[in-house]
Design a protein around this ligand. Sequence first.
Ligand code: CA
Length: 604
Amino acid sequence: MLALLAWDRGSFGCGSCVYWFRGRGRVADHALEMIKDQKAGNPSKPWYMWFCPGANHAPHHAPQEYIDKYKGKFDDGYEAYREWVLPRMIAKGILPKDTALTPINPMPPELATQSDQVRPWNSLNADEKHLFSRLAEVYAAFSEYTDAQVGRIIDYLEQTGQLDNTLVIYTADNGASGEGSPSGSVNENKFSNSYPDELSENLKLIDRLGGPDTYEHYPTRWATAFSTPFKMFKRYSEYAGGTCDPLVISWPRGIQARGEVRNQYHHSTDIVPTILEVCGLEMPKVYKGVEQYPLSGVSMRYTFDAKPDDPTQKKRQYYAMLGTRGIWENGWKASAVHPPAPSNLGNYEKDQWELYHVDVDRAESKDLAKEHPEKLQALIKAWFEEAEKNLVLPLDDRTIVEIFGTPRPAEEEPRERYIYYPGTSAVPESVAVNVRGRSYKIFADVEIADSNCSGVIFAHGSRFGGHSLFIKDKKLYYVYNFLGIKPEQKFVSPELKPGKYTLGMEFTREKAGPNRESLGQTKLYVNDKVVAQGPMRAQVGKFTLCGDGLCVGFDSADAVSQEYKGSSPFKGGTRSWLLASPWKRRSTSTSRRSPWQRSRSTKN
Ligand SMILES: [Ca+2]
């Protein structure tokens, strides 16, 4: 028995821009290599593959020829798309005949999050319509390109006689994503920094959408359309728009039906029990001496031979995400009307619950809370039972910046000084020095051996946000790339002659900006001399959308600054150490000394 799973990488595990679309094709290449290698070494053994292409999560990237195929297809707007796609879904049997369209902005005004609002298509100007259509075209191209890559694997399995006995489970996570803001985004990291998108900036990049210059995401209005007929989108776990996804299962030898639809209610937690049953295995209660957490979910194996409308064997499923709640039980669904992060409301006692009979109202369009108050109360009670059992409590209503910015339990306590040495691999942001939302300084001992000395001394992040200290054209540069917004903030020294130096910078945070970003002053140092200085703004959210770690002597993955290309390794000199220090108040006697002197005296 063989199993192949295709899945995207989860709500917070983003695809990487450095892989871009060529990389996504390479993922399929690697998958094929692995299957071939396994067959070469152990041809009698079954194999299991979890194929995670990053689709359809932002960033949306696709080859131009795929994007061109969809030119003009979305020009009628998202309301028209919803009206067009619903009858098609019904005609194909994916939805019941009388499925209703739900409202586009169902959240009550007092609970509606500004960044999740959806504006009517006819209120947009021509530029906006052009931009939003293109974002949808890129997304469609990205989807088709992903299908094509999965198809390459399926074709190979067919050619080698393996497809007949391969169980293929094909799905995606969450609903369509609403993180693109009402105007769409060319850099999703802004959402993670709670920083608003600018339509004018997005428009400048319209011809480069889908390529490596953008970490793009369609506007909320398309998320609503791509969640047709349901309410809302990803993060809203109370509605099917935030949870419902297509699931395709293929196993030619084990499933007689071909191309049929199954209407039994199920959840992604039911996939593992299905695979275990198909393989004739039972989940062990104890593994290597460790008692296992009980397996969630029930097997979907029975659906292979069931009729399309046979009753489901699922009894109950709770939902919770970023402060939102919902629960399904025996064909009914209770939904707590509550916005997800970035809501920061915390008013769970005031939450109104809605009740839907989803067995007859798939779209969750008719609230029956008043007609069936006892049923609603029973479901709310069931939600708390599941929350208790599954460690959901306490409910968490923090903002995205707070969630991403709050340190997680770690082996190392936060330190006043972080020392890094050349030759170290990229350090993941979760364990690297945290300079966000505070003053900080970065210094390094550098010996410039010759006049060709150049390259990165320190770098963290990518073109979508980060900072870098480097030598170019004999000058020391500190560049802070604030969320990819041009121009880059640059501090540049005069030319440096060969010799030994302590090179670095210090940022003094003065206040929070209108979007909570840090505003302050930066000084660039050569030894104890300030050689450049000026105002600077800095991010409060993470740099690491693309997996770029903190680097000493190079810039991993994507480059922070357009002043250099690639990893730009340091050459023509030596660096003995680098110190990065989040600011900490010091005594008067110490603070009179220059930052680099303080750094040297406290170096480990
Ligand atoms: Ca980088």
